[in-house]
Write a protein that binds this ligand. Structure first.
Ligand SMILES: [Zn+2]
Length: 315
């Protein structure tokens, strides 16, 4: 019996990641025209709040690549700001019952698999900026948002064997809307085989930035997550992406990947530029677009793409 070997398309695909496009989208979402992405801030003279304007931008880009968009509404509040707390990154505080409620949306762009449509790979990023302060949230998490958009764009015409869902959620208002996404998936009985949370990619200490290091840390909680972290290291080597790639075990779930672990989907990880997170501007006004290492972020996007393709190519 002879076997024809299909060429591995991964290298071609990851080379389609466009750093200039990521930069342009980043500045759109975290500087001009949108200084923030939050439900409680509307630009003077504008009809919609800045998070809804960001939603419109993300949705328009995804539609231009051929995706049909679904939006899942979640009721949330802005955090209050408690300047007495230290460090500054922990200033976010629970809202009071009388504080306003808003409808935040999870945005979905979905590819349906041609062989195993019932097996879903999730790529998730929170798109909102900090609701309790005036920060552009460029590294946290406009960079992950544009990274997810780039994965969505590059895979738009790829014939995937499994289904791939790109989810844009909200984590800087409360409650986190990824919990709704994960819990609704569980309630429907969806089979999610892997979750990649893209948040803070390429963001590391000023020393590491100064030294020109290109870093990705894959944070995991479960044995299934550790397999994904090992896969990230494998593809970084195999396709010579050039990241300093490492894995970090966090005993308890957290963030948007944690929402999926908590809902019963253990194969969930976070890709981030440093962990524990080393951005001196974390959750502050200084988290501006100019500080983003977009080259590092593009490399992390390539590695995430390669890992997704590796999972998808399995029979
Ligand atoms: Zn974040």
């Amino acid at each position: 019996m002879s076997r024809t070997s299909t060429p591995d398309p991964t290298l071609d695909i990851i080379q389609q990641v466009e750093e200039p496009r990521m930069r342009e989208n980043l500045f759109y979402l975290a500087k001009d025209p949108l200084p923030y992405r939050k439900l409680n801030y509307t630009l003077p003279g504008h009809e919609k709040n800045t998070l809804y304007e960001a939603d419109d931008f993300i949705q328009g880009e995804l539609e231009s690549w051929g995706y049909a968009i679904e939006k899942e509404p979640v009721q949330v509040q802005a955090y209050r700001c408690d300047t007495a707390k230290t460090p500054k990154s922990s200033w976010f505080s629970p809202p009071l019952p009388e504080d306003p409620w808003y409808t935040a949306y999870n945005i979905y762009a979905k590819k349906t698999g041609s062989v195993h449509p019932d097996e879903i790979i999730v790529v998730i990023s929170h798109k909102d900026s900090q609701s309790w302060i005036d920060s552009p949230g460029a590294n946290d998490n406009a960079v992950g948002t544009v990274g997810n958009m780039e994965v969505s764009r590059v895979l738009a015409n790829y014939d995937s064997r499994r289904s791939i869902w790109f989810i844009y959620c909200n984590e800087e208002h409360t409650p986190w809307t990824s919990a709704t996404a994960a819990n609704n998936a569980k309630e429907r009985g969806d089979t999610i085989v892997a979750v990649f949370n893209i948040d803070g990619i390429g963001c590391k200490s000023p020393e590491d930035t100064e030294a020109g290091k290109k870093i990705n840390v894959t944070r995991y909680t479960t044995p299934e997550g550790e397999q994904l972290a090992d896969l990230m290291a494998e593809v970084n080597e195999a396709y010579e992406i050039g990241l300093i790639q490492s894995k970090y075990h966090r005993p308890t779930p957290n963030d948007d990947d944690g929402s999926f672990i908590n809902a019963g989907y253990p194969a969930a990880v976070l890709n981030i530029g440093s962990y524990p997170y080393k951005d001196p501007n974390y959750h502050s006004e200084g988290d501006v677009a100019e500080t983003v290492d977009i080259e590092n972020a593009a490399m992390a996007v390539q590695a995430t793409l390669a890992a997704i393709l590796q999972i998808d190519r399995q029979p």
